[in-house]
Design a protein around this ligand. Structure first.
Ligand SMILES: C[S@@+](CC[C@H](N)C(=O)[O-])C[C@H]1O[C@@H](n2cnc3c(N)ncnc32)[C@H](O)[C@@H]1O
Length: 307
């Protein structure tokens, strides 16, 4: 039995967003609010029509619940889904296309390398998007469940939100993805043109993307004019973490960045500094993914070797 505070959540209407999930009690940063097995999961090689095939094997109650979820396809996308049903010889094409649309709208990435690569989790599917979310969903392979943790303190009555896009992403790219894939234009504080915060945020995210690209190039061993040494990589990564903090972003990405700094210090044989950042990475992962996440164990082993 995986412990969660899902009793501290309620689902209700959010103006302009359909249904959403609210906290009914105060929740402190790091609280696990959901831990769910997938309703439908697809492997990398499986076509979307398999979501319909799997759907048909679900119990009538699960099918009914699944069909209450939101489908975001516009007319053109719905026609594409119907055409795909015809190509696969599916008779109940309207229902199948509806189920496939729901899958597309609500699926989360699970395990990049493992069995399933995406899946729909019935309760997370009600959580709306924010570009500055207060929760993060992660797949825990060992538990075979997706866990959701709050990534900052949440007050009773606050809406729980996750990010449907990569947080380190340009504002225009995030907005296009949300429009194209989920059919809505985001009007969170970060995207609202009338907000001064939004303009500052767009500039900061641009800066974050640039730093992240440089670091990716350095980590991949590619040529980068700015980040050429481990010291410069540390400095750039710390800058990126700082910008994330200014943006109110906290999550696995911050853990990954501390992990990277730890590796750079290890390369520089600065073990004490490496330990400090592996410790910070461990703390972030434990808060955002849970102490039972395999990455926490991996970091524990790394730290034990450095001691
Ligand atoms: C995964 S569902 C989330 C739950 C959904 N609101 C419902 O009623 O079931 C995704 C859909 O929720 C809506 N949505 C999510 N976040 C939103 C936001 N920030 N602003 C407006 N609509 C949003 C969009 O219609 C989107 O296609």
């Amino acid at each position: 039995m995986v412990q969660t505070r899902d009793n501290a959540l309620s689902v209700r209407e959010v103006p302009g967003k359909g249904l959403g999930v609210y906290a009914t009690s105060d929740l402190s940063k790091g609280t696990r609010i959901l831990a769910q097995k997938p309703t439908i999961a697809l492997k990398a090689h499986q076509p979307l029509v398999d979501a319909w095939r799997i759907f048909q094997t679900l119990s009538p109650t699960k099918q009914r619940h699944f069909k209450t979820l939101h489908g975001a396809a516009n007319h053109r996308k719905m026609n594409d889904l119907l055409r795909s049903c015809d190509e696969h010889g599916i008779r109940d094409r309207d229902e199948a296309a509806h189920v496939m649309d729901i899958y597309n709208t609500n699926a989360f990435e699970t395990d990049r390398k493992g069995n399933a690569v995406s899946a729909v989790f019935q309760k997370t599917a009600r959580i709306n998007h924010s570009c500055v979310p207060n929760a993060e969903a992660t797949y825990n392979k060992r538990l075979g469940r997706q866990v959701v943790h709050v990534t900052r303190d949440v007050k009773a009555g606050d809406e729980i939100t996750v990010s449907y896009t990569r947080p380190i992403e340009r504002t225009a790219v995030r907005q296009r993805h949300l429009e194209d894939h989920y059919g809505f234009s985001c009007d969170c504080l970060e995207c609202d043109d009338d907000e001064e915060f939004a303009a500052e945020g767009a500039e900061r995210r641009e800066h974050m993307v640039n730093l992240n690209e440089m670091l990716e190039a350095y980590n991949d061993g590619a040529d980068c004019a700015v980040v050429k040494t481990a010291e410069e990589a540390v400095e750039t990564t710390e800058k990126l973490i700082g910008l994330m903090g200014e943006e109110g972003l906290f999550g696995k990405d911050v853990g990954r960045l501390h992990w990277d700094i730890g590796s750079h210090y290890e390369a520089l044989k600065r073990c004490k500094d490496a330990r400090k950042h592996y410790d910070l990475a461990l703390e972030v992962y434990a808060l955002c993914c849970g102490a039972d996440h395999p990455l926490v164990e991996k970091l524990d082993l790394k730290l034990a070797k450095l001691r």
